[in-house]
Ligand binder design. Structure first.
Ligand code: PMP
Length: 357
């Protein structure tokens, strides 16, 4: 087996031990005579998986009973719609902070449903950044304030979160559980699973239960947060296998500890930023907003960027091409990307600069 170092932005690298455990249980799950994929979502095997996933994520977010954990199909994009559908009442305004491509997509969805105030806009700034909390023009009595904790494409990350009077909602798709944080400052956080949590097509939602009461009565049942909360994310047949992988990842996170994971993430990111700052490369985000998850940089020319991606790939360093909308290089170094992968990348960056600088 030759696993590469996978710098993909998402779907992205998963912990090897998670994949191995899933492989070992793939055809026959825990002596049940069938795969978990073939098992009833109301049966005892899946029930144990589902309950452990809910309990582990509750532990990881250290949240009180005022919060619910939900697994909702449709990824983060479904949340772009569900949030305003449930929380943005008629005549109300929602504040959206536009910090880049993903924040902008979230705001556009909300505009289809209700009134949106763009509280700040750094979406097209180069170098890329998130706004300063003091620059937010918030609406008094806003239904909620939406931020994107980490812009996956531009590589800009909130380092501390703004304090807002209205409920704070965060798209944490690309940095969820990469660092400890106080869930109490948020009314709702959500993340598409395919970066730090598991397979694509599903979102983890952690939300204050009282917010779910806001949904209009005629909102379809499957779109109401209240349904997911009351039915423990088992109203419909959930994406059982994806939740199983997310459960295994939650075990891995608990075993490693969020503080350790955070320290490791910072060390990994610091090594790559040091290689960038050594010259030849140019970081894309302003230093105080540099993401620890998606590290974006440019080379002196697009031709060199293409060559960089090609040569890196030959050395088993995959997925370094920047998003097609912005170009450049992006190294996504999520929780499961091993430090050895970062060392190999840094080595490659030094050699490449020496040969082409
Ligand atoms: N938000 C952010 C920050 C993302 O990075 C992504 C996907 N890359 C999304 C939302 C959309 O996620 P999904 O494809 O799961 O809908």
């Amino acid at each position: 087996m030759a696993r590469v170092y996978n710098f993909n932005a998402g779907p992205a690298v998963l912990p090897l031990e998670v994949l191995e455990e899933a492989r070992d249980q793939f055809v026959e799950y825990k002596s049940s005579g069938m795969s978990l994929m073939e098992s009833s979502h109301r049966g005892k095997e899946y029930d144990a998986v589902h309950s452990e996933a809910l309990a582990n994520y509750r532990k990881l977010f250290n949240c009180s009973d005022d919060y619910a954990i939900c697994f909702i199909a449709g990824g983060a994009s479904m949340q772009f719609a569900m949030i305003p559908l449930n929380l943005l009442g008629a005549g109300q305004t929602a504040d959206y902070v536009n910090s880049g491509a993903w924040a902008s997509k979230a705001a556009k969805e909300a505009q289809l449903i209700g009134k949106v105030n763009i509280a700040a806009n750094t979406g097209k700034d180069i170098p890329t950044k998130v706004p300063a909390a003091r620059d937010l023009k918030l609406t008094k009595g806003a239904a909620y304030v939406h931020i994107t904790s980490n812009e996956t494409i531009s590589g800009a990350q909130w380092k501390t979160f703004p304090k807002t009077e209205s409920p704070l909602v965060a798209d944490m798709s690309s940095d969820i559980l990469s660092r400890p944080f106080e869930i109490g400052q948020f009314a709702l956080v959500y993340a598409g699973a395919q970066k730090n949590l598991g397979p694509s097509g599903i979102a983890l939602v952690v939300m204050r239960k009282d917010l779910a009461e806001r949904a209009p009565a005629n909102l379809p049942t499957i779109l109401k947060y209240k349904t997911f909360i009351e039915e423990n994310s088992l109203y419909n047949t959930p994406p059982c296998f994806s939740i199983y992988i997310m459960m295994l990842v939650s075990r891995w996170l608990l075993k490693n500890g969020l503080e350790n994971i955070h320290r490791r993430n910072r060390e990994k990111a610091a090594k790559i930023y040091a290689a960038i700052d050594a010259g030849f490369y140019k970081g894309t985000a302003v230093p105080e907003c540099r993401s620890d998850m998606n590290i974006t940089f440019r080379l002196p020319s697009e031709a060199l960027e293409e060559q960089f991606v090609k040569e890196a790939s030959k050395q088993g360093l995959k997925g370094l091409k920047g998003h097609r909308s912005v170009g450049g290089i992006r190294a996504s170094v999520y929780n499961a990307l091993p430090p050895e992968g970062v060392d190999a990348l840094v080595c490659f960056m030094r050699d490449f600069a020496r040969q082409n600088g």
